[in-house]
Design a protein around this ligand. Structure first.
Ligand code: NAP
Length: 487
């Protein structure tokens, strides 16, 4: 039977986990975690600072050699057991995630399945880290290439996918044999605390995964970078914060992986099947209430179908039930905090001031909780702020276009390049778009591309490196060349 969320929270760790032990902050400071649907405080955690950061990174550095020597099969089996525990505890974990983040339970369960899958995928990859051996072209040297764990890693995650953004980094780090210091977002730390206990139960040795929750992100992460003990930083979050971290990492030439912001174009061609277009747009727009880096931010629709598409999309959007995500039947939960609602209000007002028509929604309601209604805007002007800003809310912005060249030009007119979507019944046309759209990922006739077996990541200012897929493990290993003369 699923425990109540109060009972689940009562068994969680303090917020700081070093060398296998939960502890209070060295300063004694604490911070509160709120439920965004009610504004109620649901937990109080240790608020880490520089001393806690130092203890965590020193532990990770001290544990690295021993952990790297653990056979790959053993590391794989820890991940496999953790995968099974996560799946077994889906309902509890989903309830906890919804309570701190707001997404409806059905979506939280989906995230548990997606997030757990990274552990299963990397449990399979752990034993398959490849090497290479060959003669040099002149025949005089044997060249042997091995792969070693990169070393202690700094992991930083955002609040929008509290489980999956963690497992997407922790999975390959464990598979490769890296130790970690991990800072989850302060808005949604509880899911990460639950995850740490699952990994301990699955057999992860003390000192491998050290966690510091904090309201002073820079005060924890910068000392980690400057400690000289870390070898890599892997970050998921906004592009502005990613740029700060890249600068800080350059001081120590740390390897980096950056999963940053997006501004996804979603192109509906004149030959699109409109049922497919609407259901893909609903998925690309409304997953996570629009609070996703992959969310369709600019919906570019051929002028010949924009009216019908807009009508059908608004019909679906207006039919969604908005409410507390923990209530079964809720389709759309609250946004994560009031600041997020204020930002959406400003973006919608600006678009309307510049001539957009509201097909549904468009006005926030009264009452507690950070709610914003599903909204469809059409005839959005290309100079509206939401065309160049991540909306991060349930607002679909429709823009007409007249031909494919114009759509490609508009789609690529952004400094971001995470994901693009194209809806067309003509395979040649869809492939033409997939080749010309500047993005790390392209969805054709689909609204979600994420899959642990595929490489996730962006180009341009959406990031560096890929997570998941066959290359995901490479972010956590260094190749080493051993040269042996032929005598
Ligand atoms: P954010 O403000 O950049 O925060 C992300 C993480 O960085 C949080 O843990 C945050 O800590 C921490 N942080 C903030 N300032 C920092 C600093 N100076 N030094 C070190 N760490 C710092 O992003 P967010 O609002 O949480 O997440 C939304 C953004 O993430 C969007 O832009 C979205 O597109 C992007 N995102 C990208 C992907 C991807 O895979 N490409 C996936 C999900 C989200 P605190 O929150 O605790 O302050």
């Amino acid at each position: 039977m699923t425990r109540s969320v109060t009972d689940i929270i009562a068994t969680l760790g303090t917020g700081i986990h070093v060398d296998g032990t939960w502890r209070d902050a060295a300063s004694g400071a604490t911070f509160e975690v709120e439920n965004p649907a009610t504004g109620e405080v649901v937990a109080r955690l240790a608020d880490g600072g520089a001393d806690d950061a130092a203890a965590a990174i020193e532990t990770a550095a001290r544990t690295q050699e021993e952990w790297a020597a653990v056979p790959a099969r053993e590391r794989a089996e820890i991940l496999r057991r953790a995968y099974e525990l996560l799946v077994e505890r889906t309902d509890e974990l989903a309830l906890l995630m919804t309570t701190e983040m707001g997404k409806p339970l059905a979506e939280a369960r989906g995230e548990v399945a997606y997030g757990a899958e990274f552990f299963r995928w990397f449990s399979e990859e752990a034993c398959r880290i490849r090497g290479d051996a060959r003669r040099s072209p002149d025949g005089k040297t044997r060249l042997m290439v091995t792969h070693e764990p990169v070393g202690p890693c700094i992991l930083i995650t955002p609040w929008n996918f509290p489980l999956a953004m963690g497992t997407r980094k922790i999975g390959p780090a464990i598979a490769a044999g890296c130790t970690m210091v991990f800072k989850p977002a302060n808005l949604t730390p509880l899911t990460s605390l639950y995850l740490v206990d699952v990994l301990r139960e699955a057999g992860l040795p003390d000192g491998v995964l050290n966690v510091v929750c904090t309201t002073d992100a820079g005060g924890v992460v910068e000392p980690w970078i400057d400690s000289g003990l870390a070898r890599k930083l892997t970050f998921t979050g906004s592009t502005p914060v990613g740029k700060i971290l890249l600068e800080q990492c350059s001081r120590h030439v740390l390897r980096t992986s950056m999963e940053l912001g997006g501004n996804a174009p979603f192109v509906v061609c004149s030959d699109a099947d409109l049922d497919t277009a609407v259901s893909a747009a609903m998925a690309a727009k409304m997953r996570n209430m629009g609070e996703a880096c992959t969310a369709a931010n600019r919906i570019l629709v051929h002028r010949s179908v924009i009216e019908e598409f807009g009508r059908r999309l608004s019909e679906k959007m207006s039919a969604l039930t908005v409410g507390d995500g923990t209530a079964e039947g809720t389709d759309v939960g609250p946004l994560v905090e009031q600041k997020a609602v204020d930002k959406v209000v400003d973006l919608v007002d600006d678009a309307v001031d510049r001539g957009a028509r509201v097909l549904c929604g468009g006005r926030r309601g009264d009452g507690p909780g950070h709610f914003y209604p599903p909204t469809v805007l059409t005839d959005v002007s290309p100079d509206a702020s939401l065309m160049s800003t991540e909306i991060f809310g349930p607002v679909a912005a429709l823009v007409p276009f007249d031909d494919d060249d114009e759509a490609v030009r508009m789609a690529n007119d952004t400094e971001f390049g995470l994901v693009s979507f194209v809806i067309s019944e003509n395979l040649d046309r869809a492939l033409m778009y997939s080749e010309r759209l500047q993005a790390g990922m392209v969805g054709i006739n689909v609204g979600v591309v994420s899959n642990p077996a595929g490489p996730f990541g962006g180009i341009k200012q959406s990031g560096l490196g890929r997570e998941g897929g066959l290359t995901g493990i490479e972010e956590f290993v260094e190749s080493k060349l051993v040269a042996i003369p032929v005598r």
